[in-house]
Design a protein around this ligand. Structure first.
Ligand code: PMP
Length: 461
C-alpha cells in the first residue's frame, strides 16, 4: 500500500498533541502520564499502523464505524471528484444537491416501504438531538402537546450533545452535564448477565420489557412521546437483548400509542448480519437514527428516517420545522456514503457478516475456558466477553472498570484493539475480516487475557 504522509516526525506530533489537543473521552492525567497519544498513521483492510510502525488489528472498526475496512480508494476518488464539481451547497430553503437527494433515495430503498423520507445530520448525537426536537414538535402538531416525555435505558448511549446525553443513560455524563433536562427517563437495561439471576434469558427479557410499561403508567401514558433504544446496547458493553425483549417492548409501545425510535448508529448497515438491527430483533420502529456505517466513517454524516405516517401531517398542514445544520446532506459526505453503500451491496458485505457470524461466535466461545472470562456473546460481527472474578457467580471485579482497562492495554500491546466498557471487553471488526483474521483476534485476545489474569490473580475467587 502507498502511504502518502512521508517523513513524519512522530515525536513532534506527540509533543504538539500534548501541548494543544484536548481529547474527547480521555482521562487527561493518565494521558500525560502515558507520554501522550499513540499516533495512528494509516490503515489497510482490518489493520492500522501507529507512528512506531506497529501493525494493529482493529477489532473495533475505529469507533464501530469503518465497516468496509480501511484503504478503499473508491471513496477517496468519489470525494475528490465531488469536491471539484461542488464542494458544498446547503439543503435549506427548497434547495438540494444531487448526492444528497440520491442518498436519501438510496437509504429509503434499503428500509421498509413506510420509510420514504430522510433527514440528514452530521453525527449520531446530532441525529438524536434532532429526533427529540422533532418528536416533541410532532406531538404538538398532532394536538397532543402533553406527549413530551421520552424513555430510554440505563447505560444507553445516544451521543454527547446535551440532549443526547440526557437521552442516554450514562450516569457519569449526567453528573457532568449539570442540571438534567426535564422529560428524560431511564429504565433498566435488558442485561441478563448482570440482572437475570436464575431466570432464563427469555423470562428475563419479558421482565425487562415490563419495566417499560411500569414507567409509562407512572408517567401517565398520554404524557409519553417515545421510547428510544439501540437494538444492541453498544457502549454499555454489547448488551444483546433476549429474543423476547423487543417484541414485547413493541407490544407495549403500540398499546399506549408511543413512538419507537431505533438508534441504529452502531447496528445499521449490516453490523448484525441484517441491514438494520430492528430486522434482527423483530420490531418495527417509527423513527430510525443512523450514522457511522452510513459512510463507514470515511466522512462524518448521519441520517434519520421517519415513517410516512409521521411525516404526512407536515405535508398536509404545512409549517416549518425550525431546525437544520449547515452541513445537513453535505454533498461530499453524501457522495462518499453512496459509494460506501454501493460497495456493501456489490460485495454482499451484509451477507458476509451473516456468514462469518458463527466463526466469530465460535472464536469467542473458545475463550470461555479462560479463568477470568465469565460469558461471551455475539450477533453478526459484534460481540463481547465478560471479565469476572468468579465464573459461577457471574461476579465482577468491581464497578470501576479497572480490570477492563488493564486488559485493553494488554490487547493494544499485543497488537489488537479491543475496547473495554467497564469490565466487558467488546469487539466489532470490519466486515472485510477473514476467518484467519478472526482466529488471530482469538489468539491475541488470549495472550492479553493471560497477562490480565497474571495481574489480578490475587482477586480471582
Ligand atoms: N448512538 C449510538 C448508539 C452510538 O453508539 C453513538 C456513538 N458511539 C451515538 C449515538 C453518537 O454518535 P456520534 O458519536 O456520531 O455523535
Amino acid at each position: 500500500m502507498t502511504v502518502h504522509q512521508k517523513n513524519l516526525n512522530i515525536e513532534e506530533i506527540v509533543k504538539a498533541d500534548i501541548a494543544h489537543h484536548f481529547h474527547p473521552f480521555t482521562d487527561h492525567k493518565s494521558f500525560h502520564a502515558a507520554g501522550g497519544p499513540r499516533v495512528i498513521t494509516h490503515g489497510d483492510g482490518v489493520y492500522i499502523w501507529d507512528g512506531k510502525g506497529n501493525k494493529i488489528l482493529d477489532g473495533m472498526s475505529g469507533l464501530w464505524c469503518v465497516n468496509i475496512g480501511y484503504g478503499r480508494k473508491e471513496l477517496a476518488e468519489v470525494a475528490y471528484r465531488q469536491m471539484l464539481d461542488l464542494p458544498y451547497y446547503n439543503t435549506f430553503f427548497k434547495t438540494t444537491t444531487v448526492p444528497a437527494t440520491e442518498l436519501a433515495s438510496k437509504i429509503s430503498s434499503l428500509l421498509p416501504r413506510r420509510f420514504q423520507h430522510i433527514f440528514f445530520t452530521n453525527s449520531g448525537s446530532e441525529g438524536n438531538d434532532t429526533i427529540v426536537r422533532w418528536v416533541r414538535h410532532y406531538w404538538k402538531v398532532m394536538g397532543k402537546p402533553y406527549r413530551q416525555h421520552i424513555i430510554g435505558r440505563r447505560r444507553g448511549y445516544h451521543g454527547s450533545t446535551w440532549v443526547a446525553a440526557n437521552l442516554g443513560g450514562m450516569v457519569g455524563m449526567h453528573e457532568q452535564g449539570g442540571t438534567q433536562l426535564p422529560g428524560f427517563h431511564h429504565i433498566q437495561q435488558p442485561y441478563w448477565y448482570d440482572f437475570g439471576g436464575d431466570k432464563t434469558p427469555e423470562e428475563f427479557g419479558l421482565e425487562a420489557a415490563a419495566e417499560l410499561e411500569k414507567k409509562i403508567l407512572e408517567l401517565g401514558p398520554d404524557n409519553v412521546a417515545a421510547f428510544i433504544g439501540e437494538p444492541i446496547q453498544g457502549a454499555a458493553g454489547v448488551l444483546i437483548p433476549p429474543s423476547t425483549y423487543w417484541p414485547e417492548v413493541q407490544k407495549i409501545c403500540r398499546k399506549y400509542g408511543i413512538l419507537i425510535i431505533s438508534d441504529e448508529v452502531i447496528c445499521g448497515f449490516g453490523r448484525t448480519g441484517k441491514w438494520f438491527g430492528f430486522e434482527q430483533f423483530g420490531y418495527q420502529p417509527d423513527i430510525i437514527n443512523m450514522a457511522k456505517g452510513l459512510s463507514s466513517g470515511y466522512l462524518p454524516i448521519g441520517a434519520i428516517a421517519f415513517s410516512e405516517e409521521l411525516i404526512k401531517p407536515f405535508f398536509d398542514k404545512g409549517g416549518e420545522f425550525y431546525h437544520g445544520m449547515t452541513y445537513d446532506g453535505h454533498p461530499v459526505a453524501s457522495a462518499v456514503a453512496l459509494k460506501n453503500i454501493e460497495i456493501i451491496q456489490n460485495e454482499k458485505l451484509v451477507e458476509r457478516v451473516a456468514e462469518l457470524a458463527p466463526h466469530f461466535n465460535a472464536m469467542l466461545k473458545k475463550l470461555e475456558d479462560h479463568p477470568i472470562v465469565g460469558e461471551t456473546r455475539s450477533v453478526g460481527l459484534i460481540g463481547a466477553l465478560e471479565l469476572t472474578r468468579n465464573k459461577a457467580k457471574r461476579e465482577r471485579f468491581n464497578e470501576s472498570g479497572r480490570v477492563g482497562t488493564i486488559c485493553r492495554d494488554h490487547c493494544f500491546n499485543a497488537g489488537l484493539i479491543m475496547r473495554a466498557c467497564w469490565d466487558t471487553m467488546v469487539l466489532a471488526p470490519p466486515f472485510c475480516i477473514t476467518e484467519k483474521e478472526i482466529d488471530e483476534i482469538g489468539k491475541l485476545a488470549r495472550q492479553a487475557l493471560d497477562k490480565t489474569y497474571a495481574d489480578v490473580k490475587a482477586e480471582v475467587a
